[in-house]
Design a protein. Structure first.
Length: 130
């Protein structure tokens, strides 16, 4: 695989990693399991159990495990054709996926801010019309 193709795959494979990681750790569909994991990560008596459950509440942590799964499925490697290529690919994919999640989070915050500002302006218009 050429370096250009490897870089293209890097940016493409990071998309599902970011999507899966964000969905599990932030979206409403996984709220109940996430709340259970959050409780377990705070209340469990053993260090291992606390850290195991914490993984499901942190998009950065969870993205490492999703990346491992994607690497197993895709057999993607970066720069080297041996274990080093998988290591470089893994950390690179996590990094790019987390950049994607940061951008997505910023966009969501801006959209929520605009929605709230619009609602406030609509309320002001209604008050003026009365």
């Amino acid at each position: 695989m050429t370096i250009g193709t490897q870089i293209s795959w890097l940016f493409l494979l990071a998309l599902p990693i970011a999507c899966i990681s964000w969905t599990v750790t932030h979206e409403e569909i996984f709220r109940e399991p996430r709340e259970y994991c959050l409780g377990q990560s705070r209340r469990s008596k053993t260090f291992i159990k606390r850290k195991f459950f914490y993984v499901f509440t942190c998009e950065y942590c969870f993205s490492h495990y999703v990346t491992i799964l994607i690497l197993v499925i895709s057999r993607y490697h970066l720069l080297f054709n041996d274990w080093r290529g998988y290591l470089f690919a893994g950390f690179s994919l996590v990094w790019i996926a987390n950049i994607y999640m940061g951008i997505y989070n910023r966009i969501r915050i801006n959209l929520k801010k605009e929605k709230l500002e619009t609602e406030i302006k609509e309320e002001e218009v209604k008050k003026l019309q009365e």
